[in-house]
Design a protein around this ligand. Structure first.
Ligand code: DHB
Length: 315
């Protein structure tokens, strides 16, 4: 299959990348994704202005079924200078997206200004949806703040920006966020971040499995697939076509990648299952996807992308 895909000024030869936060905190990890067969891009760990240790351990838990996770990482990262240095000065094999976050609006704006001043011209992802910093709400659940922040950033920034969104669960919220995002020249949206503030209990000890936040944490893996697909689909139906979509959530098989494409994803990222299997997962997923294309006699991505059928349509 020809996977050739473009977002803003970046060209991708494969569809898959690491989901934010997974396998992308250190140069060593980032380099493993850069060189993983089947990977099409690399996402850096969301960076704050200063480096952060994050929440106390245990802060990441894989369910015994090996397909689901809960985490309360708390934004451990090496700081914006580290990731900016990586994208500016390392020999990058793949398109690399620089993810930025902040604990305040001021910090986010300052990070974007620093990136602009550096001359970096690649894709930036604004993470508006980290659920794990105690006392800090997920920005994109506050529609007015999201609108205000984007307005502020676009008043000085002319580069290529995407936003990482939390999952929405209400049709009125899909309408609301899409209307806001359509006002701006965004390169893409990435849907979805982990499903915030789930709770997992260890049946042997009757205790939660994470130290921070009383055990509350962001859910990932197979359990969030339906929510992720709904968000990709709902956004594709509402966003202007120039805004591309990275589909994230619930990808453990090639069929899951295919379903994200049907819903309208341009690229697909893998989080929990990448953490479980390691970077060899990209080739496995691409091989499984190829097998589906062969079985269905699909010769071009255009035959799949956004082509989800309603129940009253012909098969
Ligand atoms: C973290 C979790 C997220 O879901 C995210 O988008 C950013 C950071 C974290 O806890 O580190």
């Amino acid at each position: 299959m020809n996977y050739s895909t473009t977002i803003a000024n970046e060209h991708f030869d494969h569809l898959l990348l690491n989901a934010g936060g997974i396998f992308c905190e250190t140069v060593d990890q980032l380099e493993k994704i850069q060189h993983a067969p089947g990977a099409g891009a690399v996402m850096t760990k969301s960076a704050t202005a200063e480096k952060r240790a994050g929440n106390p351990n245990p802060r990441y838990f894989t369910y015994p079924d090996h397909h689901n996770t809960i985490n309360a990482m708390g934004l451990p990262n090496l700081g914006i200078d580290y990731y900016l240095d990586y994208v500016l000065h390392h020999q990058l094999t793949l398109p690399t997206i620089l993810s930025v976050v902040g604990l305040s609006e001021e910090e986010i704006v300052a990070n974007v200004k620093k990136i602009r001043a550096s001359g970096y011209d690649g894709l930036i992802e604004l993470n508006l949806s980290c659920p794990n910093v105690p006392g800090k709400p997920q920005i994109a659940y506050d529609f007015d703040t999201t609108d205000h922040l984007l307005d502020r950033i676009y008043s000085f920034f002319t580069g290529h920006l995407g936003v990482k969104l939390p999952p929405y669960f209400d049709m009125a919220h899909f309408d609301r966020i899409a209307k806001i995002l359509n006002q701006y020249p965004l390169a893409y949206v990435n849907a979805v971040n982990s499903v915030g503030n789930g709770l997992v209990i260890d049946p042997e000890t009757d205790r939660v499995v994470l130290m921070a936040k009383g055990g509350f944490g962001g859910l990932g893996g197979a359990q969030i697939k339906a929510t992720a697909l709904a968000n990709v689909r709902a956004l594709r139906l509402r966003l202007k076509p120039e805004i591309k979509i990275i589909g994230t959530g619930g990808v453990t098989t090639g069929r899951d990648v295919y379903d994200h494409l049907l819903c309208g994803a341009d690229l697909v990222s893998v989080g929990s299952q990448l953490a479980i299997e390691g970077p060899s997962i990209f080739q496995r997923l691409e091989d499984e996807l190829e097998a589906i294309f062969a079985e269905k006699h699909i010769e071009s991505l255009d035959q799949v992308r956004g082509k989800l059928k309603r129940l009253d349509e012909a098969e």
